[in-house]
Ligand binder design. Structure first.
Ligand SMILES: Cc1cc2nc3c(=O)[nH]c(=O)nc-3n(C[C@H](O)[C@H](O)[C@H](O)COP(=O)(O)O)c2cc1C
Length: 203
């Protein structure tokens, strides 16, 4: 068995855990700065957090193998053996995720697309229980100029989240112009995300 409750240690464990996925190649850029501030907020709320730089991992694009559906539909796994299962495990072990992506062509970064394109197939199309369903999402889109591509980038993350059964906690667009006041907002969002999950647990 690939998934199921036994494999999903997030949602309902002891300390709240938040996985932060950062998708820019610039580790000191705007996207990464927002991710770090969100992490600081998570830590300030007393939760556990881990930062993953997606660009440092091997995450290939979906091959749409066979007739369009392949191993993902038969076994809830991808035929490409790269870092997808490692990140999937980290997501399954968390209660929430922060996805901080640069805006490229009004969309998420390619590495986010590669990962979520394949993960949504494995999570939703195959015979095994979904493993990351229910994890709360804080989506951050770091754009250029006046942030024109930010909203469409967030539409993309919202669609991936919907396909994987991930509820949205909040969505934020940041640009270099708004950086000064959005960094504290990211910290606040990270902190509030933890509190919100704790409230949800308490019912
Ligand atoms: C290939 C490419 C495409 C981009 N497309 C957009 C876009 O459609 N809309 C936008 O607002 N900014 C766009 N940008 C600007 C980036 O979103 C912006 O520089 C971002 O803040 C980079 O974040 P970083 O400092 O974390 O790398 C693009 C940048 C690149 C490299």
């Amino acid at each position: 068995m690939v998934g199921g409750a036994a494999a999903n240690q997030g949602l309902g464990g002891d300390a709240v855990k938040i996985l932060v996925m950062q998708a820019s190649p610039n580790k000191d850029g705007l996207t990464a700065s927002m991710a770090k501030e969100a992490m600081a907020g998570v830590e300030a709320a007393g939760a556990e957090t881990e930062l993953v730089h997606l660009r440092e991992l091997k995450l290939e694009a979906c091959r749409a193998c066979e007739d369009g559906w392949g191993k993902c539909r038969r076994e809830s796994l991808c035929i490409i053996e790269d870092d997808i299962e490692m990140v999937r495990d980290k997501m399954a072990g968390a209660d929430g995720i922060v996805v901080s992506t640069p805006v490229y062509f009004g969309d998420v970064a390619e590495v986010v697309k590669n990962f979520f394109d394949r993960l949504r197939r494995c999570e939703r199309a195959g015979p095994e229980e979904p493993r990351v369903e229910g994890r709360w999402v804080l989506a951050i889109a770091a754009a250029g100029g006046g942030g024109g591509g930010g909203p469409t980038c967030l539409v993309a993350t919202e669609r991936y989240a919907a396909h994987m059964g991930l509820p949205i906690f909040d969505q934020m667009v940041v640009t270099r112009r708004s950086r000064e006041y959005m960094l504290p907002a990211a910290r606040g969002a990270g902190e509030r995300l933890v509190r919100y999950i704790e409230e949800q647990r308490a019912g």
